[in-house]
Design a protein around this ligand. Structure first.
Ligand code: ZN
Ligand code: ZN
Length: 52
């Protein structure tokens, strides 16, 4: 696997996944696997109260 860069949120761990929503690269700790979103988008999605 090729990993380029650090997590955009914590900037300390290696990015391991890409957010489906905003496309930013984040580490496993800041990636919500159930949503496929980064921590930022996951927080927005869970607090937004939008229904699809
Ligand atoms: Zn991180
Ligand atoms: Zn995101």
């Amino acid at each position: 696997m090729s990993v380029s860069g650090l997590c955009s949120i914590c900037q300390t761990r290696e990015a391991q996944a890409r957010c489906d929503q905003c496309g930013t690269m984040v580490c496993a700790q800041h990636y919500d696997e159930s949503l496929g979103y980064c921590a930022d988008c996951a927080a927005e999605a869970s607090s937004g109260g939008r229904t699809f």
